[in-house]
Design a protein around this ligand. Structure first.
Ligand code: ZN
Length: 246
């Protein structure tokens, strides 16, 4: 879905390792100098990313930077393939706290052995085997550049990094200065045309996640892109304030 000149949401259908189907919403931001992709889908989704970029008129070969909102498998899954298949160096940016998780020097924050054992316990043996294989070898990739709260990345009219911990400890959202679009990662979700707060089941620290929502109300936001649930446009500032004060 095209949101503005040089901003396209790449809506990629997936079936996750647990067999659940859905859509992840990656954001592509570009101008004549720079092409930025925010998040990278599940492992195996690079062909879909390429196709969606082609449809947007931005060939994969032009990709210059990837910003990762956080470490979860549905956000970093496509990253190793992107780095491997790009003909040139693609710079990877993320918050300092997320870096060791993305690089694999720390095990995934929310996918620790106890949590996995619990999740897998109720699964049929065949599926459990598949899942164990995925998590025995989670995707990982080097982070070149760490970004900090309030930093304005000088690409495509300015991309402001907003540190929004809670879903994970180093989660960031991105505010696109020119278009007033908030790329929210998993700090918020959308469902059936409504903007909702963070999903408690998937959130590491709910109190922190709710505090982060308050921070988002400092920005003038016209459009919210939720990685899960897609684009939300109706009175975004008002709705965000409601969620932050709720
Ligand atoms: Zn996610």
């Amino acid at each position: 879905m095209k949101l503005a000149d040089g901003i396209e949401v790449l809506e990629l259908p997936f079936k996750n390792p647990m067999g659940v189907q859905g859509i992840v919403n990656l954001t592509l931001i570009w101008d004549k100098d720079t092409v930025v992709l925010a998040d990278t889908g599940f492992p195996g989704q690079l062909p879909q990313i390429r196709e969606a970029m082609d449809r947007a008129g931005v060939p994969f070969d032009r990709l210059s930077k990837v910003i990762i909102t956080h470490q979860d498998i549905d956000h970093i899954g496509g990253l190793p393939d992107i780095l491997k298949e790009s003909a040139h160096k693609v710079e990877v940016l993320a918050h300092e706290i997320e870096k060791p998780y993305i690089e694999g020097s720390k095990p995934p924050l929310k996918m620790n052995p106890e949590r996995l054992a619990k999740m897998f316990a109720s699964m049929p043996a065949e599926q459990r085997k598949q899942m164990e294989a995925v998590f025995a070898n989670p995707p990982k990739a080097g982070v070149d550049t760490t970004v900090a709260d309030g930093e304005v990345l000088p690409y495509c009219g300015g991309i402001t990094v907003v540190f929004t911990p809670g879903h994970t400890t180093g989660h960031i959202s991105l505010y696109l200065n020119q278009s007033k679009i908030l790329v929210t990662g998993d700090a918020l979700v959308a469902a059936d045309g409504e903007l909702l707060g963070p999903n408690p089941q998937a959130t590491y620290d709910m109190d922190l996640a709710l505090k982060s929502l308050k921070k988002l109300t400092q920005y003038d936001i016209e459009t919210v892109v939720c990685y899960h649930g897609g684009v939300y446009k109706k009175n975004a500032n008002k709705r965000l304030a409601e969620l932050a004060n709720g």
